[in-house]
Design a protein. Structure first.
Length: 379
């Protein structure tokens, strides 16, 4: 396939604009964009020089005839957008979460297989250079057999962020959908792709948030926090998703004799005291990466019994996009492999709706909060 692949974008916010850049940077042609609000749609299309706009997804699919659709809206809107695209034969690039619950995610995965279309699932921080470096180190035996890992983060998010999709389960909100998906992807990338077991607990520490009009871009939602949060005229929306989670998982590793234990601890509203971090522990050493998604730097603890900062190999850096923003870089990494696959070129394996549907099922299990054993009767 020598021609440029045609891409239709769904969503005008931060993700929609980021997906547009990602696909253009890997040689695809963004032919159109679809959004709900005409004024915002026109503004974004002009900013990004996208020739076609529409507020009707079905009409856009028919008129643009894209090879790829890129889904950059909140998770609750994904199912109804993806189904007609798959039935039309489009390949699908979808941001996380895949949908708002496991059953609909499984349906999309099965539908994609039925119609023989390729899919990409953007829990894409596994492409961070330090994560790629850790993957190489673990595979080479630098820490011996992997034994356990921990992912610790506290975001200290403002409680008065305007009420929106991130507060609603039915819209794909919650910290599991929008934080855990990246972290479990990083864990499986480094340790091994097979998830053996899961247990977890969630808590809604938010309760409610102010309703504010005019918030169209997730990245700038903080700019819309009301100046007077005690204004009696303010309307409030009720949160129904988790803002804190604790999850334990067991992963299979090709170089470990036993399942590898992984702890994921995230407080969306809690302040951090020390650095957010990721650590992989092994029988002969450990790897520590600063940052909740593995920004770096990376340190190795080995037989000399000291932590040594270890630079990322140049070949990994050379393979990472030279653009601003970690999120944007990782979208481009995934889009690059996805486009190569569609064009029949050599590509590196990437996550698809298989992982997207699996993650949504895991989230359903964790949200049940039924992993507890009552011990109140013990003497």
């Amino acid at each position: 396939m020598n021609r440029k692949l045609k891409v239709l974008i769904s969503g005008t916010g931060f993700a929609g604009q980021g997906h547009t850049d990602a696909f253009r940077n890997v040689g695809a042609d963004v032919v159109g964009i679809v959004g709900r609000t005409e004024s915002v749609l026109s503004e974004v299309a002009k900013k990004k020089s996208i020739p076609y706009t529409c507020t009707n997804w079905g009409k856009a699919l028919r008129e643009c005839q894209p090879d790829i659709v890129s889904i950059a809206t909140p998770g609750g809107a994904h199912h109804k957008t993806i189904v007609p695209a798959i039935k039309q034969g489009c390949h699908v690039f979808c941001d996380k979460p895949l949908t708002d619950h496991g059953d609909s995610a499984i349906e999309l995965y099965e539908l994609s297989k039925k119609h023989n279309v390729k899919t990409a699932f953007a829990s894409s921080f596994r492409y961070m250079p330090c994560v790629q470096h850790a993957k190489q180190l673990v595979a080479s035996g630098a820490i011996g057999e992997p034994l356990e890992a921990e992912f610790i983060s506290h975001f200290n998010l403002e409680r008065d962020i305007p009420f929106g999709w991130s507060h609603r389960k039915e819209d794909g909100g919650g910290r599991l959908n929008n934080n855990f998906t990246h972290k479990i992807s990083i864990a499986t990338s480094v340790i091994g792709e097979k998830i053996l077991s899961i247990s977890g607990e969630v808590r809604d520490d938010m309760g409610k948030a102010p309703i504010v009009k005019g918030v169209h871009n997730f990245k700038t939602r903080r700019d819309h926090i009301p100046k007077n949060i005690n204004d009696p005229k303010l309307e409030w929306g009720k949160s129904n998703v988790e803002w804190t989670y604790t999850v334990m998982a067991q992963l299979e590793s090709p170089i470990a004799s036993k399942p590898v234990s992984v702890l994921f601890k995230h407080g969306g509203l809690n302040p951090r005291f020390n650095e957010d971090h990721i650590v992989f522990y092994g029988s002969k050493g450990a790897i520590y990466i600063k940052g909740h998604y593995g920004t770096g730097p990376l340190f190795v603890y080995s037989e000399n019994k000291t932590w040594v900062e270890t630079p990322t190999p140049q070949e990994i850096l050379d393979n990472h996009p030279k653009i601003e923003g970690d999120t944007e870089k990782n979208w481009e990494c995934l889009a690059r492999e996805f486009v190569k696959d569609i064009k029949g070129e050599s590509f590196a394996p990437y996550q698809s709706f298989k992982e997207g549907s699996q993650y949504q099922q895991l989230i359903d299990i964790i949200r049940k909060n039924n992993s507890w054993t009552d011990v109140s009767h013990l003497q």
